[in-house]
Design a protein around this ligand. Structure first.
Ligand code: SF4
Length: 351
């Protein structure tokens, strides 16, 4: 069991992160935020599959103004991603945003920063300081040999954090995303010893679905394994809907959260005489939304099959064009090839 680092509890709309709250899954829309209908629809699709906090880009006033209308039709907290322009932050807060991602050090005028922090304070909205390896300040880069090293990322993040604290506010979340997994891991591990603020994890620009999934799983997984991280986003190039199953998979792989039954299935080999791959894929698809904490074993033959199937809550071990059904370690009956999927799904439904 992973021992969580306990951080300050922060409220983002109707969700709490930090402390002992569940590690929340985030994503970001790819639509133009000013296109209210497209953005709302994308968020509703993401909610359906388990996205818990959603961020939208706010590059202009039209986008900031769209927040109010978008919020009316969605059910998860909305985060505004803002760079440089303090007026966009003020407008986003006015429109009822649930959290602002903004690096105050990028706003040159201290009075303007104070105005934003005062409004955040008044509305009790958290701010995420989000440092990326691609946008570390020049003077900090110079100090660290010209590269966004973990220490450079930390120094940059803390510089922004201190500005917010200076104006008397500590409703803060921090992220330090690098496209380099090793640098990201080191940054978070060091940072977790320096602050008590919740940490939002991610590997930025992780890439397309396949390689980005691997990079994010290793990077984010490694940090979570140390008990660090209160929320995270898997960043993949493409439809944001790709990100949610990966995020859920990371949490399930580490036994941190569970979103449906766990499926143990063998890779098959020359001993397998049933269509095991199809059976496993079909069962996984059909039970993925059944929120029950049980393990299903789908094994190809009698070598490891009965052993795994007995350890699981429900399981099958393949034979010659048939399979044996096990429940809680007991042999229940023989199943014909074409009834395996239906029986397993029914067993899960009735569990
Ligand atoms: S359970 Fe049987 S079929 Fe599956 S990989 Fe092991 S030996 Fe092969």
């Amino acid at each position: 069991v992973i021992e969580r680092m306990i951080t300050k509890e922060i409220k983002i709309g109707n969700i709490k992160i930090g402390n002992n709250n569940p590690i929340a899954i985030q994503s970001m829309t790819t639509t133009k935020t000013s296109d209210i209908l497209a953005t709302t629809n994308q968020i509703l699709d993401l909610e359906q599959i388990g996205c818990e906090i959603i961020r939208v880009a706010i590059p202009d006033m039209e986008s900031a103004n769209a927040i109010k209308e978008i919020k009316k039709n969605i059910h998860i907290p909305l985060v505004a991603d803002i760079h440089f322009d303090y007026k966009l932050a003020l407008k986003a807060i006015e429109m009822g945003i649930d959290k602002v991602r903004l690096n105050p050090g990028n706003i040159s005028d201290e009075n303007k920063i104070k105005e934003v922090v005062d409004e955040l304070k008044r509305a009790q909205i958290p701010i995420r300081i989000g440092v990326n390896s691609g946008s570390v300040e020049k003077d900090i880069l110079l100090k660290h040999g010209g590269h966004p090293t973990p220490d450079a990322l930390i120094e940059s993040a803390l510089r922004h954090v201190r500005i917010v604290e200076k104006f008397g506010y500590d409703n803060i979340v921090i992220s330090m995303k690098s496209s380099n997994a090793i640098a990201t891991i080191e940054s978070y591990k060091k940072m977790s010893k320096l602050v008590n603020y919740p940490l939002h994890l991610g590997i930025t620009e992780a890439g397309t679905e396949f390689k980005g999934t691997i990079l994010s799983s290793i990077g984010i997984g490694n940090i979570l394994l140390d008990g660090i991280g209160d929320t995270f986003r898997v960043s993949l190039t493409g439809d944001p809907k790709l990100e949610i199953p990966v995020a859920k998979g990371i949490l399930e792989s580490l036994d941190i959260r569970r979103f449906g039954p766990r499926i143990v299935s063998c890779p098959t080999c020359g001993r397998c005489n049933i269509a095991l791959a199809n059976i496993a894929i079909e069962v996984e698809k059909r039970v993925s939304n059944i929120n029950k904490n049980l393990t299903i074993a789908i094994m190809g033959c009698a070598v490891n099959g009965p052993g795994e199937a007995k350890e699981a809550d429900i399981g099958i071990a393949g034979g010659l064009n048939e399979a044996i059904l096990f429940k809680k370690g007991e042999i229940i009956k023989k199943l014909k090839n074409d009834e395996i999927v239906e029986v397993l799904v029914r067993e899960v439904e009735n569990w």
